[in-house]
Design a protein around this ligand. Sequence first.
Ligand SMILES: NC(=O)c1ccc[n+]([C@@H]2O[C@H](COP(=O)([O-])OP(=O)(O)OC[C@H]3O[C@@H](n4cnc5c(N)ncnc54)[C@H](O)[C@@H]3O)[C@@H](O)[C@H]2O)c1
Length: 390
Amino acid sequence: MPTPAPQLNRRDFTKTTLLAGAAVAAGAATALGEAPRRIRTGVIGCGSVSGSYLPVLSKCPFVEVVSLCDIRPERARKRAEEFKVAHHYPHIDAMLAGEPFDFLITLTDMQEHEHLNRQGLEAGKHVWSEKPIANTLAAGQELLRLAQQKQKRLWGAPITVQSPQFAFMARTLAQGALGRVAAAHADYGHEGPNWSSFFYEKGGGSMPDLGVYNLTSLTGLLGPAKSVTAMLSIVTPERAITDKGQIKVTEEDNAMLLLDHGQGVISHVQSGFNYFNPHGHDGRGEQRHTITIVGSGGFLGLVGYDWAPQGVDLATHAQPKLERHAPDAEGYIWQQGAALAAECLVTGKELLVTPEQALHVLEIITAARASQATGQRIALASTFKWPLLS
Ligand SMILES: NC(=O)c1ccc[n+]([C@@H]2O[C@H](COP(=O)([O-])OP(=O)(O)OC[C@H]3O[C@@H](n4cnc5c(N)ncnc54)[C@H](O)[C@@H]3O)[C@@H](O)[C@H]2O)c1
């Protein structure tokens, strides 16, 4: 681990970094006596989501983005120009052999993460990966072993467990305010991306792209799952993709999972690429409860998506009328995961996001596929440290 530097608390960090920008961030650091160390960072994958990550990274006081990489070199060049990054490369080998850096952020097609993350760890880099960290649980566990052996850190998106709304729900459950917890439901979908085919090909699908958010939130709130039963289907067998034309959809674009969290608690997660959703990637438009949890003594409803939550409605025996809580994002945005990881690398401040939970969610997704294929309920072997309380 790097030498710990003075800490900014999460609220100060997110405010300074994300709301007020680099100048104020530098000011806050100076107020603490010294500027934080910036971790030298390389970003691989310069497509759509890099446009969400790079604005945050370029303002983060703990990050210096030194190189970018994409197998479509024009994309890396354009992003380098846009975000004033000195070096860009057309291949990971060239990136690893080029300008030195310590922290790799993987934002490529889902199917590419596993081998790129492995190469990054083998080269002695800390790694933040978009989801999934790997294509199978076994491969993901191998990556985690490699990280531990190299004394490097490995994390994966999403970061729904970092939001103040998640914290409110986790605290409310831990206090027993819902009585005997019985059931939960979560759903997330839209009409499906049209810019890349990998979302619909082997290793893609609505579960690793969309269901993963709800699975992270619900296992984070209710605990690791013991088993899963699922039904998956393909509703739209062909899609039109920009630059590619018609493609065949081979992975689920419609998924229903039932999870057994133990002690009688059952949850249901649904995700799909055929969901009418006028809000698209603008989470602020969604006002309904996308996660609900009910127990013998109360009800919790998360307002909006778990990646862009807007509050939590709570009703209990003592207060049966729904009341809105945690309406403030406190600087939380879904795009900040790699920046929070960099903060951890520099200051030692730990995240609630862990690779163990990301691998548990990956096991749920692969088990759901086995359940669909066999018609069986599938037992899960992996787990993670729980509860997640901040
Ligand atoms: N687009 C979003 O808003 C969004 C939001 C959250 C998470 N994500 C996740 O981010 C990841 C990327 O999604 P996207 O929408 O940005 O896809 P994209 O197709 O827009 O971009 C992926 C980029 O990776 C590059 N790439 C592929 N293989 C590579 C390799 N081996 N080496 C270097 N570059 C390579 C491609 O050329 C492409 O430019 C996925 O895991 C996705 O689930 C995307």
